[in-house]
Ligand binder design. Structure first.
Ligand code: FPP
Length: 245
């Protein structure tokens, strides 16, 4: 994996990460502090997704990966799960034309089939409709868990060995990486987690091996262009120090 800094786009002042991932945390606390139901936090979180997507594209980020629903989120109440999936459906319908117009390609990782046929087919259509776009790739992790992704990759390599297509000696880091759902994406440069929690929570464990990690106290619904700008500046600073030694 190459860790060379990526060149900034024309006019940019520093080093822009090509691939940024975000663990969007703190929706519930944001709502609680205002005496609102949790769903209000998720709604405000969805607005933050839109702001951040726009800001990332403007900054020259090529891939933005968002942890929208983890495989552990099924432990939440049926009501909250239904609120979250309802919000996804709503935003997908409202924002698809905007995504297409702004040159955003949608990609999914995880196992979105668990959300049922109706939402699943809407998601598939959105992926297909935006597949020709190239300004920014928005990767939405849905029913995603990193360990399970790695297990699937190991299983697929084992099957290839069992059928004689692959020898065990040929299994190396590149081969395993190519069996992950992120195979077609550039290396993860920067991983952001909001709300002061300092954990990876089963998100992109393999992919984050060499990433810069950035934790902020900002709750996800408050995340905006300035907050993203701070994370990008932190990344550029780290890269500069790295180059100077
Ligand atoms: C964490 O907050 C956030 C989530 C579990 C889901 C993220 C969902 C959204 C931002 C909204 C919908 C998404 C899209 C793509 C339209 P939390 O509930 O864990 O917060 P807490 O830790 O404060 O309780």
């Amino acid at each position: 994996m190459s860790q060379a800094p990526h060149p900034a786009p024309a006019g940019g002042g520093g080093t822009v990460p090509r691939h940024v991932a975000i663990i969007m945390d703190g929706n519930g606390r944001w709502a609680q502090r205002r005496g609102l139901p949790r769903v209000a936090g998720h709604r405000a979180g969805a607005e933050a997704v839109q702001r951040t997507l726009r800001a990332a594209a403007d900054a020259g980020v090529q891939v933005l990966t968002l942890y929208a629903f983890s495989s552990e989120n099924w432990r939440r109440s049926a009501e909250e799960i239904s609120d979250l999936t309802g919000l996804m459906r709503f935003y997908l319908e409202r924002e698809l034309a905007t995504l297409a117009k702004e040159g955003v390609r949608l990609k999914l990782i995880g196992d979105p089939s668990a959300f049922g046929e109706e939402l699943g087919s809407k998601l598939d259509k959105a992926v297909e409709r935006t597949s020709g776009n190239s300004r920014l790739t928005l990767v939405v992790a849905l029913n995603y868990g990193s360990r399970s992704e790695i297990v699937s990759a190991a299983r697929s390599l084992a099957e290839q060995v069992a059928t004689g297509q692959l020898s065990t000696a040929e299994i190396d880091e590149a081969r395993l990486a190519s069996a992950l759902q992120t195979v077609d994406l550039p290396d993860l440069d920067l991983l952001i987690r909001t709300s002061g929690e300092v954990r990876l929570s089963n998100f992109l464990l393999w992919q984050a091996a060499y990433s810069e990690l950035y934790f902020t106290e900002t709750l996800w619904p408050d995340f905006d262009e300035a907050a993203l700008g701070e994370a990008l500046a932190h990344y550029a600073g780290r890269q500069r120090r790295f180059g100077g030694r």
